[in-house]
Design a protein around this ligand. Structure first.
Ligand SMILES: [Zn+2]
Length: 483
């Protein structure tokens, strides 16, 4: 079974201040107010001061996902999906709202064929089902019998694949493609024709075969960076050129070997592509393809209202946890949107600004994804504004000078070991009691030490560390104040 949706991937909530949705019993319920000030309205456009005039080719506000966790993802080293798990993932992706899911070819194995047929019978609400086959009539015949909504046909067109893989020339490829496409079309379902290793194929060959298959009526042509060699400018140039040659939709598939999979997908959409292949957490052959969550993060910046209108974004974490568990990996600490520190603010300067207006240091709003923002305060880089916020949440009556004085003590203690949220609260309460009983005055560090020794005898224990994801000790980061 999948972990619960509220799993935090091991985040150490103890040492952080939840700004939006605190569920700590003695903390006031979530509000949009910080320090009694109303939060400014969220920033509507993220395009920034360098936004370009809209490009007539751009589809960054008009695109679709072909989710390939159950095809490309099956090629991930750790993946072995049972039918039960495939059904669970397919239903989640349907609920999330992806336009298509792509399944392993029924020609791959008898089980693959049975799984494909079973998923087609699920009656998914929003998501169309595709299967991915070689450009071969035997595979095409099997595929159309499974009940899929469409077939994705692929064939290698680069000289590497023509010489060392299937050994066919472009004339044979074109002839076979026409035969397969006309057969699939005759069954009344969608058909995509894609080259493999497109960026190492001859442009003349590519454009020639795409023009041919477009004329005979494919729904989409596909561009695939099978080896992950392309960069965004190459992608933009190829897709823009292709956009001028075909009238059908353009699907794109980017491997992440050199870290460009999300940027390449974005460049493709800017150049007029219409569909992007993704997988959950990016799992796939080698180090995988454009991750679903990463693409969503990128596209939210381009057009948040469009993305929010299409997808059930609060499901993202649940889907990722489910797939991570199925393939026995952790969600990476720096994952887009759902990584355990994706919305955690630490440096004092950042914390102050975030408390005033989250848009200062956040391009994505965690609430859009059912996530929560945290300001970490129990560390040596903390600032008095963040501590002031906590003092207010705790309903303690301290002046700014007193908060600054308490903050100095928190920083001093945090130089020995990171202070948990409980520790910080206790220090603040003891400070508050000391001030109001007359035992303590601002600047009396030694007196405060005595009070802390009396009420927190265990505070001088050996240095401890925050736990990272999955309970493993995380190295305490050296964070510069303004980084
Ligand atoms: Zn691939």
């Amino acid at each position: 079974m999948c972990p619960p949706a509220d799993q935090t991937n091991g985040v150490t909530k103890d040492e952080m201040v939840p700004i939006d949705n605190s569920n700590t019993p003695h903390i006031p319920p979530p509000t949009n107010e910080t320090n009694g000030k109303s939060e400014p309205p969220p920033v509507k456009s993220h395009k920034g001061v360098y936004g370009r005039a809209s490009d007539f080719l751009s589809n960054t506000s008009n695109w679709k996902i072909i989710e390939s966790t159950l095809r490309e993802g099956e090629q991930f080293a750790n993946a072995f999906f049972t039918l039960e798990k495939k059904i669970e993932i397919a239903k989640m992706l349907d609920e999330f709202g992806v336009e298509y899911i792509e399944l392993t070819s029924p020609a791959a194995s008898p089980e693959s064929r049975a799984h494909c047929e079973a998923i087609c019978k699920l009656g998914l609400k929003r998501t169309k089902i595709l299967t991915h086959i070689r450009c071969h009539m035997d595979d095409a015949r099997l595929a159309v019998e499974t009940g899929v909504d469409g077939v994705d046909v692929v064939i290698g067109t680069s000289s590497f694949l023509r010489e060392h893989s299937h050994g066919k020339d472009m004339t044979w490829i074109t002839k076979t493609a026409i035969e397969v496409i006309e057969f699939v079309k005759s069954k009344g379902i969608e058909i995509r024709f894609s080259s493999e290793d497109s960026f190492r194929s001859e442009l003349v060959d590519l454009l020639s075969i795409y023009r041919t298959v477009d004329k005979i009526g494919v729904n989409r042509v596909g561009v695939a960076d099978t080896v992950g060699c392309a960069d965004p400018r190459q992608v933009y140039d190829l897709v823009r050129t292709l956009r001028g040659v075909v009238s059908c939709d353009i699907e794109t598939h980017f491997h992440n070997d050199t870290g460009c999979a999300i940027a390449n997908a974005y460049a493709a959409l800017e150049a007029g592509a219409t569909h992007v292949d993704t997988s959950v957490l990016g799992i796939g052959e080698r180090n995988g393809i454009t991750p679903l969550g990463g693409l969503i993060a990128r596209m939210m910046v381009a057009d948040p209202e469009y993305v929010k209108s299409k997808y059930n974004l609060s499901m993202l974490r649940e889907i990722e946890n489910c797939v991570a568990e199925a393939v026995e990996i952790s969600v990476p600490f720096n994952n887009y949107i759902t990584g355990f520190c994706a919305f955690t603010h630490k440096a004092g300067i950042h914390a102050k600004a975030i408390l005033a207006n989250p848009s200062t240091y956040e391009i994505l709003n965690p609430a859009d994804f059912g996530m929560t923002r945290y300001v970490s305060i129990g560390h040596r880089l903390t600032g008095w504004n963040a501590v002031r916020s906590r003092v207010d949440q705790l309903n303690l009556n301290l002046t700014d000078d007193q908060v600054k004085d308490a903050t100095a003590k928190i920083k001093e203690l945090a130089d020995v070991r990171t202070q948990s949220m409980e520790d910080v609260d206790m220090i603040l309460r003891i400070y508050h009691t000391g001030i109001h009983s007359g035992e303590l005055k601002v600047g009396q560090s030694a007196v405060l030490d005595k009070l802390l020794d009396k009420h927190m005898p265990s505070r001088e224990t050996s240095p401890s560390r925050a736990n990272g994801a999955n309970g493993t000790p995380a190295k305490r980061p050296r964070v510069e104040e303004t980084a």
